[in-house]
Design a protein around this ligand. Sequence first.
Ligand code: BES
Ligand code: MN
Ligand code: ZN
Length: 492
Amino acid sequence: MHAIAENKSFLEKGAELLLLPVFQDEKPGAIAAKADSILGGVIAALSKKEFSGKPGTAVLLRGTGKLKRVLLFGLGKRPALNNDSLRQAGGRLAATAMALCVESVAFALPDKVDAAEATIAAVEGVMLGAYRFDKYFTDPEAKAKPVKSLAVIGGRTPKEKQALEYATIVSECSNFARELSNESGSNATPAVIARRMQEYCKVNSVSCRVLDAADAKKLGMGSFLSVAAGSVQPAKFVVMEYKGKGAKGKPIALVGKGITFDSGGISIKPSGNMDKMKHDKSGACAVVGAMAAVSRLKLPLHVVGVCPLSENLPSGSATKPGDIVKAMNGKTIEILNTDAEGRLVLADALAYAVEKFKPTAVIDIATLTGACFVALGDVRSGLMGNDDALQQKIMKAGEIEWERCWMMPMDADYDEKVKSTVADVKNIGGAMGDSGVMSGSSFLKLFVGETKWAHLDIAGTGWAEREKPYFSLGATGVGVRLFARMLKDWKG
Ligand code: BES
Ligand code: MN
Ligand code: ZN
């Protein structure tokens, strides 16, 4: 989709479909007034019953002239406007365009808002909203009708043009992460995902190396390799690096869990909903999307991405509960549940990132625990870590981009729960299945040493099981927008 910044004279040329956001109990702003003069006053003539402006309500008007269709979208009352209102409006615009087979749309920004931030939200809403995972439909009718162009009407200052460029990049990179995560386990094996990551890195000027199982063995990654033991698909370990112009000091490391299919292994999962475990690679997908975004945005930073990729399957060669493995930092792990495999691949990936790159900060992102979904639902990702400033950066980026997080506790008491009787640590926590989110972080922190570290649990937010204003069912690409924003605003 091609997005361009326009000012209100654009309306004189007409539009196939124009979205006008309207605040409740307010007169339409300057752009809406201009549109209404072209339409002959139909908007002003609407009664409150016909269109109230309540949040999320919408009315589609048919014009007779060049302004063919206008979608009024209620933003609710101005003080209640949040960082997602315009993104949701964008999602509605995309959905309407696709339903009507309209290829070019326009989005009028409301008045008296930060035009650059509003532009970002609007573009993201339309571009994320227009994405469908439809490559496997053979019937052309079943495929989504693409939205080809988007005009954001508000202003054409350099700041707004830059905002438009930023949002285009992060939306495209988010949609790439979604496309990758939506692929099924057998179509997207570790080797396939590694290759697609490599190709994507190449076109986006990110350097990318793929280590194989033999390399991992040499490095002593016994924990990572134990997860792949039951699969005929060889594990892959992807290392990406971007060094922007002017980048100084140590890099920032992003680490993404990439389980291409999680059956649970010998501790096998119940079959209901097991198909969703194709999305267990969503953390890795977010990392490659973020790497590409950072490079395309030409941020003056040094960023590395590390993605351990493996299947988790049962077989005669699979790891068994009770097995003890050794991670590359020398720590021994008692595997009591082979379904707690995310932390096993992250143990080696975190240790590798820390040892190899000596980063100023390392952030992992993982569909780690069902417990996180129970705690926070599909609304916020769980956030843990050992450095308050780093967590605040993540929280802030999440609020702006509406990939919201919530900090979970890190009391030392939780560490007791992952103590093993036969090894340095065990891979599950509380005997009563309690505090599962925190057991994950108590385990992971053993593999980062003194490095500043944060952990994002996206088990609930990685994919949508209900339709959202700008998400169709399936992967959300969560993490790409958050990381891009955090890194754009990164200081020290
Ligand atoms: N990939 C799952 C976590 C998950 C579950 C993500 C549901 C999204 C939705 C992870 O590997 C897992 O199986 N975790 C176990 C951990 C337990 C055995 C300690 C879980 O959550 O049950
Ligand atoms: Mn699992
Ligand atoms: Zn998993």
